[in-house]
Design a protein around this ligand. Structure first.
Ligand code: PEP
Ligand code: MN
Length: 263
């Protein structure tokens, strides 16, 4: 299995199921800090995720705290020593995240669809050794996903992880986003050295499906999980229905089985 822990954190003692977890959005210093301190109890946690600029489909909903939240992340990083991942969607966000010392960047589904934006981000990253996660584009266009990875490689980014977050469905699936498992499987045949982390939160849309999607991802030998967690999910300002508490997430982790390692 490709070592997601090593790629994203530089540590070689890879977790059994590498987990990136944290709130959909950083909402306040207290919300982020409390959630992170509780997430620390999960032994396979390798990094914390937190959205700072939120790409909402329609205007009028919470669009993230913005740059100010990077200061909260810096403080909590200092306190806990944990690595943090933040979504960037254009050049100035990428510059701000790098200035703030964010450890891992990710390109979201609404950005991977646009080669201009991916290229703009890639230009800022030219010659910089930072790990980047590339989510699949909103629609099931494998070429755009591969193209996003290639654009980063061309500017010298070596530490790249793909994220499978499902694909837009016009109401034809019980899930918020259709997993279309065949797409990440095909991605792997084209880019066998790029690990794939599954994001069951954005596939599910509902917290009740997180376990089932996580187990399906492990059964397909995916290399890790990225799951949204909030200390008070029902009060979350974005993606409330799909977030789980850190305690619930810990429980989900104990139930997951890596079948390829069974005798
Ligand atoms: C997120 O991770 O909170 C997010 C906005 O995800 P996606 O780009 O997959 O919709
Ligand atoms: Mn979200």
């Amino acid at each position: 299995m490709k070592n997601v822990t090593e790629i994203l954190t530089g540590k070689s003692n890879g977790a059994h199921v590498p987990l990136i977890a944290g709130p959909c959005s950083a909402e306040s210093y207290e919300q982020l800090r409390t959630t992170v301190l509780e997430l620390r109890e999960i032994s396979n946690l390798i990094a914390v995720r937190a959205g700072v600029w939120k790409p909402r489909t329609r205007p009028g909903s919470f669009e993230g705290i913005g740059e100010h939240a990077l200061q909260w992340i810096q403080k909590i990083k200092e306190e806990t020593g944990l690595k943090f991942a933040v979504e960037v969607a254009n050049s100035w966000q990428t510059e701000a995240a790098l200035r703030a010392g964010i450890d891992i960047l990710w390109i979201g589904a609404r950005t991977t669809v646009n080669p201009f934006y991916v290229q703009e981000i890639a230009e800022v990253l030219r010659g910089i050794d930072v790990p980047v996660m590339v989510k699949n584009p909103i629609h099931a266009d494998l070429g755009l996903w591969i193209g996003g990875v290639e654009r980063l490689r061309k500017v010298g980014i070596r530490r790249i992880v793909a994220v499978h977050r499902g694909f837009f469905t016009s109401g034809t699936s019980v899930f918020r986003n259709d997993p279309k498992w065949e797409i990440p499987v095909e991605f792997r045949t084209h880019m066998p050295d790029v690990p794939i982390v599954c994001d069951p939160s954005h596939i599910s849309g509902k917290r009740d499906y997180i376990f089932e999607i996580s187990q399906a991802a492990l059964d397909l030998e995916m290399d890790g999980l990225m799951i949204e967690s909030h200390y008070r999910p029902d009060q979350a300002l974005s993606d409330a229905e799909q977030q789980v508490t850190p305690a619930e997430l810990k429980e989900i982790m104990t139930k997951l089985v890596r079948r390829e390692e069974l005798p």
